[in-house]
Each structure stands twice: as structure tokens, then as C-alpha cells.
Design a protein around this ligand. Sequence first.
Ligand code: ADP
Length: 372
Amino acid sequence: MTKSQLQAITDTSVDGIILSDAEGKVLFFSRASERIFGYSSDEIVGEDVRLLMPSPYSEAHSQYMANYRETGRHTIIGIGREVMGRRKSGEVFPMDLYIGEQEAGGEAGFVAVLRDLTERRQDEEQRRRLFEHSAAILAEQIHFVHAVSHDLREPLRMITSFCGRLQGDYRDRLDARGQEYLSLAVAAAERMGLILDDLVEFAQLSTEKEGASPFDSSVVLAQEVECFAEAIRRTGAVVTQGELPWVVANPIRFARVLQNLIGNALKYVGEGVSPRIHVEAAREGAFWRFSVSDNGIGIDPRHFGRIFEPFKRLHPRGRYDGTGLGLAICRKIVEGFGGTLSVRSSEGQGSTFSFTVAAEGEAAEDDRTKAP
Ligand code: ADP
């Protein structure tokens, strides 16, 4: 390598390069070193490298050099380590330091390659603060939702209770229209109770993987189907399933996802149509993709994005009841599994909701196995 090639390398390097002799006197100070420390090469060449170190590193360095001269043994050469440097302005800053031995003109000495970590540390600090800030906001939101829901339940209980009394004690004094209005008020109060339940559940769900354990998904499905026995009998629904695997997730939350998807599949069917629901799973890398298909009213693809948002419903209440939070809850749960939830459908053609869950025996925490 020619001298000018060497020069080009040291000039271009973003890491500072410093050569010193065995006594610690600076022999060479690269351009990046000038930028990092604020000294020009002319100012520093010939000076002691300790000028670039704050206490206690400069004292430690003197000690180190003395040991090295006496024993010829070095303890830090070649090892990358984080130390503090001192700029000309006096500012002390973190840097990564690598030290090697060099021999220039038969004289032993050292070569130091160093990287200024100031910006990286600032970025890390900013990220940490942002994280803390969002965690605090989240905690506040959860607290707020709890407090609001708690405060709303009391008047709601009063409404339900007084409506109940009206229905009982005043039944004879209400005409058919009055009774109908009262029934509507009771139904609305019940719906509000359900919304509050879902709201608290939604707010509380974190997207962390919590309480994950291996379980047989077909057992969970059987339990959920059992819970819907009455609706299945009433609507003449048929639920079929493919072979279902063992997976690793929070089983209660997994059950909740199936409950919402099967509940919707039973609910969103055309007049007089018996629901046909099929649940199956297919392997996708380190995940299983579960799908719940129905023969229901289907969804216009234009609305695919909206239906997963809280309180977004495509139908007027009355025809199909619901809180509008079911799919939002499902999505949050599935994201907590490290998976994704999506839908395929077209209007009048039924829908297929699918979600991914880590397969048993796979390291789902590993980024390489992020769900497709
Ligand atoms: P809801 O409590 O209203 O059922 P969801 O969040 O579960 O709330 O669903 C949001 C909307 O997505 C529903 O209001 C409905 O319009 C649509 N939807 C959900 N599941 C289905 C399905 N299987 N078939 C057709 N439409 C559906």
C-alpha cells in the first residue's frame, strides 16, 4: 500500500485513529480524531495522549503504561471497550476504544481506533424516555378507562333497576308502546354494560406476550363450541374443523379470539340461513395460521381496514347486535401473540378471518420468526 492510499484510508475513516509511541506521545492524529476531540493534528502531535482522557482514565493510563514498560504485558490491547474521552472544550464523552500495538521505524507504540458514542447514547436515552413516556400514557389511559367505567356502572345499575321496577310494578299502567319503549331502554342499558366490559378488557390488553404456554388448540375450540351450544342449536349451525395443532400462546386469550370470531360467524348470516363454520390451521414457518370461515353476509373489501378499529360497525344495531370492539380485541390479542389477524371476504360470499400463533417448540421471541 502506498503512503497516499494509507492517507486516504485514515482520512476517510469515521472512527478516529491515533498512533502513539511507547511513552504515550501522540505521533499521528487522524482527521476524524480532530473532529471528535476538537484539537487539530498540529496541536496534539507530540503531546501526551492523556490529554484526551478525563480523570480517572488518565491516571489509569499512566499506571497501565508503567506496568507495560516493566512487564511487557498489556491488558487492554485488542479489546474493544467503552471509555470516556475528553474534548478540547473539556466536554467528557463516551467512546468505544480499540487498541493495538504498532511498530513505526523500529519503535514500539500503540494504535488506537475510537468511535464517538455521544449520538448513539443520546438516541438510546431519547428512546428510553419515549418508552417511559408512552408507558406512562398507557398506564394513565388504562386508569382513566377503569375510573370512567366504574363511575358509569353506578348510574347504569340505577337505570336497569328502575326500569325493572317499571316493568314489574307499573306494567298494568303502561300501554303496548310504553312497554316497548321500556324494553328498548333495558336492552340499551344491557348493551352499555357490555360495551363497558369490552372497553375495560380492550384497554387492559397489553401487546406483550403474557402467560404463554403450550396447549392443544382443538380442546380450546371444543370448549368454545360448547359455550355456543344454545346459539348453534337455535340457528341450526354446523361447526366443522380440520386437524388442529398444539400452539404456544396465552390459552385464555386464544379462546377469546375464537369466541369472538365464531360469535361473529354465527351472528353475521343472512335471514333464514343456517351458519356453516369451518375452523382449520395450516403451518406457516414457525407459526400456525388459523382460519375461521363462514357462509355469512360477507364484507365489502373496502371495509377490511375499518372493522378492526374500535367501535367500527358496518351494520345498524337491531339487525346485528354488538359492541364494535370484538375484532379490535382480537387484533390486540393476536399482536400480543407476535402474530397477525386478517380477513378475506366479499359481500354475500362469506368471510374467512385468519390469525397466526406460534407453533409449539418454536422460539417465537426470535425476530427471525416474526409472523408473515
Ligand atoms: P361487533 O361487536 O359489532 O360484532 P366486531 O369488532 O366483532 O364488532 O366486528 C366489527 C364489524 O365487522 C361488525 O360490526 C360487522 O359489520 C363486521 N363483521 C365482523 N365479523 C363478520 C363476519 N363474520 N361476517 C360479516 N361481517 C362481519
